[in-house]
Design a protein around this ligand. Structure first.
Ligand code: NDP
Ligand code: 8X3
Length: 250
């Protein structure tokens, strides 16, 4: 990574993405902050002592993503790191009762959204002979849990896509990494349960989950390895979690 890298973070308006923005800002990075909620991005931009631009976009809208990325001007178009973080879970219903709109939101955001952003960004990285794509997967991509089939499938797809990308850019100098966190207390479960904060709180009750900052610290560490070192995959769990379904609650 260059001394003052340019870093594009999707989902920078909340949780892990916002924490990544803060972590890279501490290192003097230039930031491209992307998400749908412009007001949140602008508030973050104002709070950070970093050279930054906001990129309000919906990762599901391929044309809008391509237009927004094509509109980046120097030095923000010279991307060193892409943090593919925008994502969500919607619902926790058994598959036969599943809400098809939930399925579309998850697959369109977590799978197609990652592809929509990665393709144009990685083409530039390959042309420049350097860059790093770091995608946030999940333990849910490694193991399935009841009610999570579609979310887990979307995160399994992230792992397969990043594995394939690593093969397809081999020799270009571009690095490709996946970080798969376990339970992280963010707005994730509030979004999953449609704003039901009580139900969301129960997900983390009695245990100490990861904080968004813990994941951001791992993302930054992965990006800061020397150029010849490629962390392919990292599974990052709270100490109170042993698998997708095994947790210690007090
Ligand atoms: P948050 O809900 O706090 O943040 C999600 C971010 O994604 C928001 O900034 C949101 O911004 C953005 N986003 C969602 N949909 C879109 C879209 N269509 N276009 C652009 N941006 C979008 O959750 P987390 O920080 O926890 O989630 C970040 C990532 O981490 C996700 O990929 C999630 O699957 C993954 N993850 C989370 C875990 C957890 O336990 N929290 C564990 C493992 C992985 P906006 O709404 O403004 O568009
Ligand atoms: C988020 C972790 O276990 O809530 O990906 O699905 S989990």
């Amino acid at each position: 990574m260059r001394q003052h890298p340019t870093v594009l973070i999707t989902g920078a308006s909340s949780g892990i993405g916002e924490a990544c923005a803060r972590a890279f800002a501490e290192r003097g990075a230039r930031l491209v902050l992307a998400a749908r909620r412009r007001d949140r991005l602008e508030a973050l931009q104002a709070a950070l002592a970093a050279d930054s631009v906001v990129l309000p976009l919906d990762v599901r809208d391929r044309a809008a993503v391509e237009e927004a990325l094509a509109g980046l001007t120097p030095p923000f178009d010279d991307l060193d790191v892409l943090v593919n973080n925008a994502g969500l879970a919607a619902g926790l219903d058994p598959l036969p009762e599943g809400d098809v709109d939930h399925w579309d939101r998850m697959l369109d955001t977590n799978v197609r959204g990652v592809l929509n952003v990665t393709r144009p960004v990685v083409r530039g990285m390959v042309a420049r002979g350097r860059g790093h794509v770091i995608t946030i997967g999940s333990i849910a991509g490694q193991e399935t849990y009841p009610g999570g089939a579609v979310y887990c499938a979307s995160k399994a797809a992230v792992d397969r896509l990043t594995e394939g990308l690593r093969m397809d850019v081999l020799g270009s100098g571009v690095r490709v990494s996946t970080i798969d966190p376990g339970l992280v207390e963010t707005e994730f479960s509030i979004v999953r349960f449609d704003g039901d904060t009580e139900r969301a709180g129960k997900v983390y009750e009695g245990l100490t989950p990861l904080r968004a900052e813990d994941v951001a610290d791992a993302v930054r560490w992965v990006a800061e390895r020397p150029g010849h070192v490629q962390v392919a995959e990292m599974l990052l769990l709270p100490t109170d979690q042993a698998s997708a379904t095994r947790t210690a609650r007090r």
